[in-house]
Design a protein around this ligand. Structure first.
Ligand code: ZN
Length: 153
């Protein structure tokens, strides 16, 4: 194992041990479920928008270390990004996970490049991509209401 592989593995394990943005969100604009039956991974993703910007993203997930680490990294990466930026990130990560993103283009992905090694293990690609596909769906799901719900009581 190269030093880089060891570093990447450590990043994934650390995100699995202490996932960022873990826990349900109140008042989210989107709530979506993601599933990866091939490994038994699942997650619920909550996204809150502020205009065109992803103001907050949180998740609760069950499954393997890669699926949780990927969700943790994804929520941390998309916060503060516009929908277009978040969508572009999804495309880049998707290409990286399927091995079609040239190594030279990985640099802007920062810590997300830790997921690049997954491309060598085809049966784990879905573990890493589940959270990103759920994000992709959240970005394209129209808001149910638009206006915030009226206060009750
Ligand atoms: Zn998995």
């Amino acid at each position: 194992m190269s030093n880089l592989d060891a570093l990447y593995q450590e990043i994934i394990l650390e995100h699995n041990r202490r996932p960022k943005n873990h826990g349900a969100m109140e008042g989210a604009d989107r709530e979506l479920r993601g599933r990866n039956p091939s490994c038994g991974d699942s997650l619920t993703l909550w996204v809150k928008f502020d205009g065109d910007v992803v103001a907050d993203a949180r998740f609760v997930g069950e499954g393997c270390a890669i699926s949780k680490a990927s969700a943790s990294m994804m929520t941390a990466a998309v916060k503060g990004k516009s929908r277009a930026e978040a969508e572009a990130l999804f495309e880049q990560v998707h290409r990286m996970l399927t091995g079609t993103l040239p190594e030279a283009e990985r640099k802007p992905l920062g810590a997300l490049a830790a997921l690049a090694g997954v491309a060598r293990f085809p049966n784990r690609v879905k573990c890493a991509s589940m959270a990103w596909h759920t994000l992709h769906e959240a970005l394209h799901t129209p808001s149910a209401g638009g206006a915030p719900p009226a206060p009750t009581g």
